[in-house]
Design a binder for this molecule. Structure first.
Ligand code: RP5
Length: 165
């Protein structure tokens, strides 16, 4: 494994999920975490999904972020085939505004966990941050930069409060 070996895999059920999942990638870019991104569908490419999940750990991946919408089986089916942590992002669907995605991802039976985020952009952003937080357990640079990120958020609140007077 080299320094540029992807540590995080960002996968999504369709290219139409990219508009949401790009926000997870933006966080990984911001923290300079090497990652890979790929469309892998639980329904349309089940063999590829199995191959990816089975090989992910051996390929150096440490955290998987999986986004899907509608009958969103991808995060759970990937989690079923790897012991790596899987973060599921419910993509906002047209028909049910993402309720279907959320419930499909969050209601995993006991034994196979998927860490589920909020629906849509916030969820994808937080999936990126959660993956970084997991990596920060053994990466001091990331731990320090996460603290700086939080300090910046606090400073923005302080600045907006100063403008209220
Ligand atoms: C899911 O179906 C994908 O994750 C996507 O959110 C949804 C719709 O896919 P497309 O029909 O846009 O390819 O598998």
């Amino acid at each position: 494994m080299t320094a540029s070996t992807p540590q995080v895999a960002v996968i999504m059920g369709s290219a139409s999920d990219w508009d949401t999942m790009k926000h997870a990638c933006a966080m990984l870019d911001q923290f300079m975490v090497p990652y890979m991104k790929q469309v892998i569908s639980a329904h349309r490419t089940p063999e590829l999904m199995g191959e990816f999940a089975h090989n992910a750990r051996a390929n150096g991946i440490k955290v998987i972020i999986a986004g899907a919408g509608g009958a969103a089986h991808l995060p759970g089916m990937v989690a079923a085939q790897t012991t790596l942590p899987v973060i599921g992002v419910p993509v906002q669907s047209h028909a049910l505004s993402g309720w279907d995605s959320l419930l499909s991802i969050v209601q995993m039976p006991g034994g196979i966990p998927v860490a589920t985020t909020a629906i849509g952009k916030s969820g994808a952003t937080n999936a990126g941050l959660l993956a970084i937080s997991m990596l920060s357990m053994t990466d001091e640079r990331l731990a320090n930069e996460l603290q700086e990120y939080r300090d910046d958020l606090k400073q923005k609140v302080d600045e907006s409060n100063a403008k209220l007077v």
